[in-house]
Ligand binder design. Structure first.
Ligand SMILES: [Zn+2]
Length: 94
């Protein structure tokens, strides 16, 4: 099992990812290149505000994956004619 990655930003070297447990993730950590203080970037996709549009989308996606919506009829052929053009009636039927 690997630690979740958090994005930090070093003012000198740029962004890098560092793994921490969720309980122990600091607000800043040492840059792996210059050991300078690098602040954690918040809102980099790891955290989604509850109730936001993004959170609802993620919830809906998860729900669809585990509990697909029940459909009443198979997709595709229905009783309603697709076309009303009489010439189309002469076409071979499957
Ligand atoms: Zn650095």
């Amino acid at each position: 099992m690997s630690l979740p990655l958090y994005e930090f930003h070093c003012p000198d070297c740029g962004s890098f990812d560092a793994g921490f447990t969720m309980a122990a993730v600091p607000d800043a950590t040492g840059c792996p290149q210059c050991a300078g203080s690098s602040r954690r970037r918040v809102g980099g996709g790891a955290f989604v505000r509850p109730g936001s549009a993004a959170a609802r989308l993620i919830d809906a996606t998860k729900r669809t994956a585990s509990e697909p919506a029940v459909v009443g009829a198979p997709a595709g052929r229905s009783n309603a004619p697709v076309t009303r053009n009489p010439l189309h009636r002469k076409l071979p039927r499957p």
